[in-house]
Design a protein around this ligand. Structure first.
Ligand SMILES: C[S@@+](CC[C@H](N)C(=O)[O-])C[C@H]1O[C@@H](n2cnc3c(N)ncnc32)[C@H](O)[C@@H]1O
Length: 220
């Protein structure tokens, strides 16, 4: 069956989903990610959840168009509140601000489970998400960046390990990105440096951090 392709941002989220896993796509909106993952044969089923009735209607339309009503459960849910732990293996939260993503995770203590994989794509403040995950005992297992149009995004995969720690600030920005071999990762970090330099105009701590990341990039 011919179907739509995902943009680079959602493709990267899809790449981090484990084959055969049951996903919960939180803030699904159009439901492109779960529909694509099922049509491509990567996953058997999914929960597509959204806090808004309108986005969920749009998601329902996509699910019905591809006749996947028996494989995708559509739910009106604030974050993970309407999801039962035993229903999912991988949790995707994409296209929201970093602080919103943290809020959703904070309100679902059951995510502290080695069995689960979190796949997070913050539109802003990814460093806060990395910091939160480390402090909550998660390991950042994978991180990559991708370009869509003139924007560069990052996607983070994390698993619970029980070992909580406060990460070094530079790690919260560089995470598991691989700027030596991945041009998009380098571009993403260059964007972070520009942002930190702007913030540095009001606070020299950010300039220092920007300089540290620049030095790392130059010495890799
Ligand atoms: C910009 S869309 C992202 C859609 C899709 N995940 C993507 O990345 O393309 C953000 C969606 O998140 C939903 N959302 C925001 N806060 C939410 C929450 N607390 N729980 C569930 N969905 C939420 C919004 O209603 C909206 O549909």
């Amino acid at each position: 069956m011919r179907f739509f392709s995902l943009d680079a941002r959602l493709s990267l989220c899809a790449e981090f989903v484990r084959s055969g896993s049951r996903i919960a796509d939180i803030g699904t909106d159009h439901a492109y990610l779960p529909v694509h993952l099922i049509l491509s044969g990567k996953i058997p089923s999914a929960i597509a959840a959204d806090i808004g009735a309108e986005p969920l209607k749009s998601g329902t339309e996509t699910v019905v168009r591809y006749e996947l009503q028996d494989k995708i459960s559509l739910r009106l849910s604030d974050g993970l509140q309407g999801i039962f732990p035993e229903e999912v293996d991988d949790i995707v939260i994409a296209g929201m601000g970093g602080e919103t993503i943290i809020g959703i995770l904070e309100r679902a203590p059951w995510i502290h489970d080695r069995r689960l994989r979190l796949i997070l794509q913050p539109m802003t403040k990814a460093h806060l998400v990395v910091e939160f995950l480390c402090k909550e005992g998660f390991e950042i297992t994978m991180q990559k960046a991708c370009e869509t149009g003139d924007k560069v995004y990052t996607v983070i995969a994390a698993s619970y390990t029980e070992t909580a720690h406060t990460p070094q600030e530079i790690f919260t920005y560089m995470g598991r990105l691989n700027p030596t071999s991945e041009p998009a990762d380098r571009k993403y970090l260059e964007g972070q440096i520009r942002m930190l330099k702007k913030q540095g105009m009001g606070d020299s701590r950010y300039t220092l951090l920007a300089d540290q990341i620049t030095e790392r990039l130059e010495n890799l």
